[in-house]
Design a protein around this ligand. Structure first.
Ligand code: NI
Length: 188
């Protein structure tokens, strides 16, 4: 297994809507293994394929680090392929989110607490399942990546303005980070 460089904010692959895949996708199991390795190396709880430069509808989650706050998350480790959110419901709540493509940035983001999700697992078995609370929250964040949606897209324009310098620095690689990353060359 190998640790893959994580694409930083500013890379166009992060803004691209990813495509569905089938069991014939070349090297899928190796990619999933490498994504686990990459996610654990970066101490993340979720990682989406576009973050390692693959524009496909695949993300992985291991929410175990949150089990202290929510015991139901103990051993919540899953691969999600071709996921689609069928509905979201409940009263929007704030949670302080981070993203491996935005090192050193954590911001409160408003999302709905309950979701119904259809997806396939790594064996391409299909599921339709309800998730709530932190599990739903992490899924929503990773699902966003497969839609080309990022944390910043949830920010108010005021917050975006306030964070403009910090975001520019992330895209240029002017940010401390202790896992391998790939920064996009800036367009002239
Ligand atoms: Ni993220």
């Amino acid at each position: 297994m190998s640790v893959l460089p994580i694409r930083a904010y500013g890379d166009p692959v992060l803004k691209t809507k990813a495509r569905s895949i089938g069991p014939d996708y070349p090297g899928l199991q190796e990619l999933i293994d490498n994504m686990w390795e990459t996610m654990y190396k970066a101490a993340g709880v979720g990682l989406a394929a576009p973050q390692v430069g693959k524009s496909i509808r695949l993300f992985i989650i291991d929410a175990t680090p949150y089990a202290e706050e929510d015991p139901s998350l103990m051993g919540f480790k899953k691969v999600f392929i071709n996921a689609g959110i069928i509905r979201e419901s409940g009263k929007a709540w704030l949670f302080n989110e981070g993203c491996l493509s935005f090192p050193e940035l954590r911001e409160d983001i408003l999302r709905l607490p309950e979701i119904r999700l259809k997806y396939q697992d790594e064996h391409f078995q299909s599921f339709e399942e309800d998730f709530s609370g932190l599990a739903a929250r992490i899924i929503q964040h990773e699902y966003d990546h497969t839609e080309g949606t990022l944390m910043v897209d949830h920010f108010s324009s005021l917050k975006k303005t306030l964070l403009r310098k910090k975001l520019a620095n992330i895209s240029k690689g002017i940010v401390p980070v202790n896992y391998p990353m790939k920064f996009s060359p800036r367009k002239k």
